[in-house]
Design a protein around this ligand. Sequence first.
Ligand SMILES: [Fe+2]
Length: 343
Amino acid sequence: MRDASSPPTKVLMVEDNPGDARLVQVLLAEVGGFDIAWKQDMREAGDWLADNSPDAVLLDLSLPDSHGVATIDAMRRIGPDLPVIVFTGLSDEAVGMAAVKRGCQDYLVKGQGDGQLIARTIAYAVERKSIERERAQSAERMKRVLLQTVKAVSLTLEMRDPYTAGHQRRVAQLATAIGERLGFDPDRLEGLHTGALIHDLGKINVPSDFLSRPGKLSDAAFGVIKSHPDVGAEIVDGIDFPWPVSTMIRQHHERLDGSGYPDGLRGDAIILEARILAVADVVEAISSHRPYRPSLGLDAALKEIQSKSGSHYDPAVVEACLGVIHDNGNAVFRDDHDLPLVT
Ligand SMILES: [Fe+2]
């Protein structure tokens, strides 16, 4: 099955039992095509991996300096992208399954099977890992394309309404910093960032002079503007985002006491992402320039959210926003696509 001209498969074997290690070496030598480095504990393995990159790792889980699944985690730290096959004893095959669930590519039961079986297991593990890598890369690419598409949509709206150019991006920066402070995990942060980037998408349906007109708007004009959360939510409703983007958009003008729009929702009926967007939106709007007025400054923005904390805005979100602004000042709005707080 092996092409004699192909280079040997480099295997790192981490095994503290010399008898077990020798047996594997002998069995694989009979099959041929393997170059095995044998290390007896994780420290030795770590030192060796600093200068070498094997094709696969054979890993005993009970080592002098590591035991059980902790050994898998330790191997992940020192060789994050390596195919790993664990050795298990006859009586603990369940450990092998647990190892596979934890990201190992396969397991071998000590004392069972011959060199051919070990060789085949290594070859499959290498192949499986390479497929996993390709899948991860393709998922990563899809994610990037999704983000670029969302940014393009965001930019489309802002090109039409230059007075609020950058608004959604700046809101996204602030909202993400608030979410981070509230302990959101990276995936939830990404969802928040995505929703924030297009939270005003529905304004595409609002005549642009309504958006940039100085002075007071007529009730009719204001009514049209107030439809934008609904329109935006409707536009993205058919997109199968892995986050509640449509709800974020629909609820970003809702207020805790029910005084917001479009549904007059109260308290927890408004999702946390939308409560964050509400705060980030108003802080960005007040502190940036508008066609009909100069910037009122960050202080005015912070006063606004503090005075309405608990009535309009979620107090925990207000608190987090104050912390973010205290630590970063205006820099939190940095208008830089590729330096997001989420990566
Ligand atoms: Fe809005």
